[in-house]
Write a protein that binds this ligand. Structure first.
Ligand SMILES: NC(=O)c1ccc[n+]([C@@H]2O[C@H](COP(=O)([O-])OP(=O)(O)OC[C@H]3O[C@@H](n4cnc5c(N)ncnc54)[C@H](O)[C@@H]3O)[C@@H](O)[C@H]2O)c1
Length: 389
């Protein structure tokens, strides 16, 4: 394999979520992608991750990792408050950036990340792993194709105790200035993203927040948000951290209803769908990946998103879940918190092309890697999308 076919990857932050990213890189081994180095200020954690994933080099200071010329892209898996600083440093070092959610602590930091990456000519992606569940891809395709007619309403109910830090290994969680928020920014953000991916971007929100169980946190553990979409459609999202559920699937339901049909997803699985009579939904299948990745508590979305991100940047395409979407989510979060504090509707002005029609088509996800040998990944009705035939 020539150097031109190799792709060096780095992981910055080696805590809970980092393994999911490492699996994504490993799944692209046949494409020449390789985990070259990992960094954590807690070098024992970095060494443990390295030992699990083929002994990449370990750095205690992530800036050293960013100086390596054998790395073309990095995952940022640091606590929320370090996302912006690390993304700016990565952009300055010429690395493509796949940043964990939430993109940043606030909208100005997200804007700085977008500007730095644009100036450096590198891609900025944000992790929204639930977009890679096959039934979510199918639902997105159906909505894009107008299978529900005019989209009118959407809702999400979600509960999970995952955000807690019972072992006190992530002291930044739930803390002002270190985490971007409570349940809204930690987990409900995934389902807010799905609602916006399905229905388009938000124009205004009204929200309530409450701390019902986790009184030790600086932020809400329970939230209710009403959203007016730019399209005129309306949506709601309710979420709590206080439940005994310890995953993001069991207690999660997302529904969309339109003038000609409706759909209901439970735990990323399509339970009910009623399309426009002439609509034939696509069949979606995702690539085979290493068997042991199935142990990841977050599902397999990270693995597919890392694969998709690497494949996109290698062919000079935009990040599949673009940074502008992550920035819009920060704007919705900021508006929701302002609304809850001030007891009023808060409007959102979106200057970017977020959640737009020009975002990558869901049926192109995971297609067209640099190596033809590894083949096409996502099968939609057994045929490659035209753009990649
Ligand atoms: N998409 C998802 O489903 C998902 C799941 C979990 C976490 N996350 C996000 O991923 C990010 C990391 O979360 P986590 O649960 O892995 O956190 P964690 O606390 O388990 O890990 C964070 C790591 O960063 C390291 N670190 C802190 N400061 C550092 C510095 N200055 N330089 C180098 N390393 C430093 C810590 O030592 C720790 O190992 C968060 O933003 C979180 O919101 C996303």
């Amino acid at each position: 394999m020539s150097d031109g076919e190799r792709f060096g990857y780095g992981i910055v932050g080696c805590g809970w979520v980092a393994d999911a990213h490492a699996w994504g890189v490993r799944a692209l081994a046949a494409d020449g992608a390789r985990l070259v180095a990992v960094a954590d200020q807690d070098t024992a954690r970095a060494e443990q991750l390295a030992a699990r994933f083929g002994m990449p080099e370990v750095h205690g200071d992530y800036r050293q990792l960013l100086q390596r010329d054998d790395i073309q892209a990095v995952s940022i898996c640091l606590p929320d408050f370090l996302h912006a600083e690390a993304a700016l440093a990565a952009a300055q070092a010429g690395k493509h950036v796949l940043c964990e959610k939430p993109l940043a602590l606030d909208v100005p930091s997200a804007d700085a990340m977008l500007a730095a990456c644009a100036q450096a000519g590198v891609q900025l992606g944000v992790v929204m792993n639930h977009r890679y569940a096959p039934d979510n891809i199918l639902s997105k395709a159906a909505l894009r194709d107008g299978a529900l007619g005019r989209v009118l309403i959407g809702d999400c109910i979600h509960s999970s105790a995952l955000t807690g830090d019972p072992d006190n290994t992530s002291p930044w969680r739930g803390r002002k200035g270190r985490a971007a928020g409570g349940i809204l920014s930690t987990q409900a953000i995934h389902f807010l993203d799905l609602l916006l991916w399905f229905m388009g971007r938000a124009a205004a929100v009204q929200a309530y927040t409450a701390t019902l169980v986790r009184h030790e946190q600086d932020y809400e553990d329970t939230v209710a948000v009403a959203i007016r979409l730019e399209s005129g459609a309306l949506a709601t999202l309710v979420s709590t951290n206080g439940s005994p559920i310890t995953d993001d699937f069991t207690g999660t339901r997302v529904e969309v209803q339109g003038s000609q049909g409706y759909l209901a997803l439970e735990g990323d699985q399509l339970k009910t769908s009623n399309w426009r009579v002439d609509y034939e939904a696509p069949a979606v299948s995702l690539p085979a990946i290493p068997d042991d990745t199935k142990e990841i508590i977050f599902g397999l979305g990270h693995v597919y998103e890392v694969m998709d991100f690497v494949r996109a940047v290698r062919r000079a395409a935009p990040a599949p879940v673009p940074g502008v979407d992550g920035r819009h989510l920060m704007a919705v979060l900021a508006a929701a918190y302002m609304s809850a504090n001030e007891h009023r509707e808060v409007a959102i002005t979106e200057p970017h092309d977020a959640y737009s029609a020009s975002s990558p088509d869901p049926v192109q996800l995971l297609w067209a890697g640099p190596s033809k040998a590894s083949g096409a990944f996502l099968t939609v009705s057994g045929e490659a999308p035209t753009a990649f035939k």
